[in-house]
Design a binder for this molecule. Structure first.
Ligand code: F0G
Length: 459
């Protein structure tokens, strides 16, 4: 295998993209309130906002959609999905949901009470938002290496086991309705969790009778990192590794928009029958009947096929190497990135790149705006705009440890020359970085403000 395996597919259908001129980009960003979520997609050239639901489906998935069974209850599509979930995840029960956050919402609705805590390595913002929306307290207990951008630790998504033990002792297991872990750790750089750490986390939760729920969005990428980096897993298939991961847990929330290679969908899987029954009732109220959960039958078929394709080794090698390629080129250009690169995205340390912009003036947001203006590239801020929040006890602002910008790579969508273009844009932004200034928020909602906040550039 070469260092950058060529794309293991050829292009059968094309979606034109083009770069509007600089003045138009400046106007578009101004009209969007300097929030790239407000841009129209035809104003963007290379869209690295997210890897969620933005990938290309395969010919088998499109063919599978033609077989979609749209029966309200008991559709064949549901049973095909059930077989795939059983083969990979092995939980006793599951319900489809329209995407990952719907699974989180339903889990929190039935299992979480006000004032309770949910530990994880790091919660993603939707998980955090769903826990907070029910009056709960999300708690991040990732290892300290996760916050050291240049530390080459192979499993920076690992939970700090000592912190987890101390936390459970301090809070008391009765105040922890379930414990989580996110694989890979998106909010901390798309970093994987080792099997050894997963085993220990499971054992700590179970020792205290706390159900263990895995946020499984990027489980296939995590499984492949285990194969590449953890002793004893070299000869195991990603499927075998995935099965071992999920055998440790009591359930999983899943956004199929990531490692199931589809544009929409998700599920919540569980072993506890009573919990599943309550989940089913909530699902029927909010999402739809238990055999379709807010999706069309054809969507269920695309997920069933995508889950298996997402575990293909040749695909996973290409996927992780493509991300590593972009990371390596940016690093060579002197851009401070999180190392080693994660699975689905490259994370840039905007705090380090733009040290003249303090956290309350949002260096990550400033970098995202500069990338768009320079080359029509859309990234996303995962720093203080996304994660700073008032402390529930003191009301004081709590800032995240790092000001990150994420360049997420849609699956099977962009070629290596697209990534080379992104590197060129970065080089130009870095050359003029002293001219980049911070931002002030002029509007923000109470939760998950980064999606709709409006900004004003500071002088
Ligand atoms: N958990 C993780 C780790 C995620 O990355 C996401 C979504 C979700 C849960 C929620 O899933 O979007 O299907 O409701 N992450 C996307 C992203 C939005 O851009 O990283 P969803």
């Amino acid at each position: 295998m070469t260092n950058h395996p060529p794309e293991p597919f050829r292009i059968k259908m094309v979606e034109p993209i083009s770069l509007i001129d600089r003045e138009e980009r400046e106007q578009a960003l101004r009209e969007a309130g300097y929030n790239v979520f407000g841009l129209k997609s035809n104003q963007i050239f290379i869209d690295l906002l997210t890897d969620s639901g933005t990938g290309a489906m395969s010919q088998e998935q499109w063919a599978g959609m033609m077989k979609g069974d749209e029966s309200y209850a008991g559709a064949r599509s549901y049973h095909r999905l059930a077989a795939a979930i059983d083969e990979i995840f092995g939980f006793d029960y599951f319900v489809p949901t329209h995407q990952g956050r719907a699974a989180e919402n339903i889990l929190c609705a039935v299992a979480l009470q006000k004032g309770q805590y949910v530990p994880s390595n790091m919660h993603f913002d939707t998980t955090e938002g769903n826990i907070r929306a029910r009056g709960g307290r999300p708690t991040n207990l990732v290892i300290q290496e996760a916050f050291k951008g240049a530390d080459p630790h192979p499993f920076k998504g690992n939970m700090d086991l000592e912190k987890l033990q101390d936390f459970i002792k301090e809070i008391g297991p009765k105040q922890i309705p379930f414990g989580m872990i996110t694989i890979t750790n998106n909010a901390g750089g798309g970093q994987p969790v080792s099997m050894e750490n997963l085993r220990q986390v499971a054992s700590i939760y179970h020792e205290h009778e706390i159900p263990f729920i895995i946020d499984a969005c990027r489980f296939a990428e995590n499984a492949f990192f285990i194969k590449l980096r953890e002793e004893g897993y070299e000869d195991k298939s990603p499927l075998e590794i995935a099965r071992e991961i999920f055998s440790l847990a009591d359930g999983a929330t899943m956004s199929a928009k990531k490692d199931a290679l589809v544009n929409i969908g998700g599920f919540l899987a569980l072993n506890d029958k009573k919990l599943y029954q309550r989940v089913s009732n909530e699902l029927i109220l909010r999402e739809g009947f238990i055999t379709y959960g807010g999706l069309a039958g054809r969507d269920l078929d695309a997920i069933a096929i995508g889950l298996r394709e997402g575990l293909n080794e040749e695909y996973l090698m290409y996927r992780l190497k493509q991300t590593a390629y972009l990371a390596g080129e940016l690093k060579s250009a002197g851009i401070p990135i999180l190392e080693p690169p994660g699975g689905h995205a490259v994370y840039i340390d905007a705090g380090k790149l733009l040290p003249h912009i303090p956290q309350p003036k949002f260096p990550g947001q400033a970098l995202v705006a500069a990338l768009y203006i320079e080359g029509g590239v859309r990234g996303v801020e995962l720093g203080s705009v996304a994660f700073a929040h008032p402390d529930p006890d003191t009301g004081e602002m709590v800032y995240p440890e790092m000001e990150l910008v994420r360049l997420a790579i849609p699956r099977r969508s962009y070629t290596q020359s697209h990534l080379d273009y992104v590197v060129d844009v970065f080089k130009k932004v870095a050359q003029g970085k002293k001219e980049i200034s911070g931002f002030k928020i002029t509007y923000q909602p109470e939760l998950m403000r980064h999606f709709t906040a409006q900004f004003k550039p500071l002088p």
